[in-house]
Design a protein around this ligand. Structure first.
Ligand code: ATP
Length: 268
């Protein structure tokens, strides 16, 4: 089950070139995380400059945290374990503890390796009386294993967490993630870069002004911008098919209602 979420760096489908508008944070992540892994021998002699064993990416949904996690793994040549939190938390008493140990054992065998945990707050949230005993024990086991990594300077395994709710994370977890990066909602210029990337291989009408489109979309995440462009291209495709192909392809065009929703999305 865990191995099914394991990807070798050469098979990771995201690189830095697929991420726009985040040059500053990418530069920092490359210096903090990627370079110490790629040049382990060089960095091993330094007490100060070591690859961190815990990194947190936080910020609103759809702004690129998962893309960044994958691009780090690809650039650093690390295997990528995408840990499905449900697998750990749904197990029978005692089983989830064994699984937590198995994840870290596997990661150490496969190192250099990233253990990526999306929505890490759902798994390692502030501990409280509401915690089921088995969950509390699994968390303790997880942290013990993690501490084992931290104390072993030669191990190249990184726990990389992503969250929309950093305030819900246990303080003990935050301490284990000294490197924290905010991936926020893109500003105008960032939105323009994202739009350029999304539309780079599309044929655009002369009247399309990406700067203006970026200005008109405050609050849109990268994911929202991708959806907007997808709707726009579907809308144009429907119009094209209606004009060129007539009634014979009417069944392929979808409902008229769909077209109206898309048009409205664009006007908004
Ligand atoms: P969540 O918190 O919901 O998991 P996330 O922050 O991990 O969201 P991603 O899954 O990385 O967001 O991004 C979702 C999609 O949005 C990407 O697959 C990509 O198409 C687009 N996207 C988001 N941010 C960017 C960006 N900066 N550059 C290019 N595409 C982006």
């Amino acid at each position: 089950m865990i191995a099914s979420h394991l990807v070798a760096p050469e098979d990771i489908d995201v690189s830095w070139a697929d991420i726009a508008g985040l040059d500053g944070v990418i530069q920092e992540l490359r210096e903090t995380v990627v370079l110490p892994v790629r040049h382990r021998e060089l960095f091993r002699r330094s007490q100060l400059w070591r690859a961190p064993k815990g990194v947190l990416l936080h910020g609103p949904p759809g702004c690129g945290k998962t893309l960044i996690a994958k691009a780090i793994a690809k650039d650093a040549g690390m295997r990528f374990i995408n840990l499905d939190v449900a697998v750990l938390t749904d197990k029978w008493y005692g089983e989830s503890q064994k699984l937590a140990t198995a994840v870290f054992t596997l990661a150490q065998k496969l190192q250099p390796c990233i253990i990526f945990i999306d929505e890490i707050e759902s798994f390692l949230r502030i501990r409280g009386s509401g915690d089921h005993e088995a969950t509390a024990m699994m968390k303790t086991q997880f942290m013990l294993q993690w501490d084992g990594l931290v104390s072993n300077a030669n191990t190249c395994v990184l726990v990389l967490g992503a969250t929309n709710r950093p305030q819900d994370l246990d303080k003990a977890i935050l301490r284990r993630m000294p490197a924290q990066f905010h991936i926020g909602v893109p500003r105008d210029v960032q939105r323009e870069s994202i739009l350029q990337l999304i539309l780079q291989s599309e044929q655009l009408h002369n009247s399309v002004n990406l700067k203006e489109l970026a200005r008109l979309t405050p609050g849109f995440s990268g994911s929202d911008l991708r959806e907007l462009c997808r709707h726009a291209s579907m809308y144009r495709m429907r119009q094209f098919m209606r004009d060129k192909m007539g009634d014979e392809h009417r069944d392929d065009l979808g409902s008229k209602g769909d077209g109206q929703v898309n048009e409205q999305t664009l006007q908004n």
